[in-house]
Ligand binder design. Structure first.
Ligand SMILES: Cc1cn([C@H]2C[C@H](O)[C@@H](COP(=O)(O)OP(=O)(O)OP(=O)(O)O)O2)c(=O)[nH]c1=O
Length: 195
């Protein structure tokens, strides 16, 4: 089996690959995540996951790179990671009492040859109404700061989420079943790694 590299500094993505027992190495890379305004969320996560995969591939001679990107979309607004507490509060105030969508893009890149495969998943998340004091308490825990939309469904934000439609793991940052289907196209069968 070719070596698999996860091009990500997200602890959630690492944990999810560990959960499905896919042997991998971690590659961290810096990419410019700026995009022209007005790009739809699906296109945004596809573009950024591809950018991350290409940046990681530059460091390799052989193997398969996995890269991902996650954003939250509310009507026409796309929310990335908050830059500070005020931005986190603004995001959470917009999300409370409503449904929104989470998009994660995945790119697989095989080296040598540079075969690229990209796809995305969409999940709807519903949050109950929440007051400013409650949201401020959540932000004070620090949990929102490295997460798209300023929340982590897998953590304390469980207290806000009343429902989801679609892949849960997509919300956490890596749509696992989608990834497994994509890996199969690259000749990798995850279940064969289970001993
Ligand atoms: C909505 C949501 C997002 N997130 C996280 C997943 C991603 O790590 C993060 C979105 O930021 P990303 O830019 O997708 O990823 P990252 O910067 O954390 O990691 P890397 O680019 O190195 O792969 O938000 C959660 O953990 N839980 C959630 O419920």
């Amino acid at each position: 089996m070719p070596e698999i590299y996860l091009a990500s500094s997200s602890p959630r993505r690492r944990e999810l690959l560990g959960q499905i027992k896919l042997p991998h190495q971690i590659l961290t890379m810096e990419v410019d995540e700026t995009l022209p305004p007005g790009i739809p969320p699906a296109e945004q996560v596809l573009t950024l996951s591809r950018r991350k995969a290409l940046a990681a591939a530059e460091k390799l001679d052989a193997g398969i790179v996995i890269a991902a990107d996650t954003v939250v979309a509310l009507d026409e607004i796309v929310l990335g990671k908050p830059r500070n507490a005020a931005e986190a509060l603004d995001m959470l105030e917009r999300l409370q009492g409503k449904a929104h969508e989470v998009f994660s893009g995945i790119t697989l890149l095989k080296i040598p040859g540079n075969r690229v495969l990209s796809d995305y998943e969409r999940t709807e998340v519903i949050m109950r109404r929440a007051g400013r004091a409650e949201l401020a308490r959540y932000i004070a825990t620090g949990e929102p700061m490295d997460k798209a939309g300023a929340y982590g469904i897998q953590g304390l934000a469980a207290v806000f989420v009343t429902g989801i439609k679609g892949c849960y793991y997509n919300v956490v940052g890596l749509p696992v079943a989608k990834l497994v289907t994509m890996l199969r196209e690259f000749g990798i069968n995850v279940t064969a790694c289970w001993g």
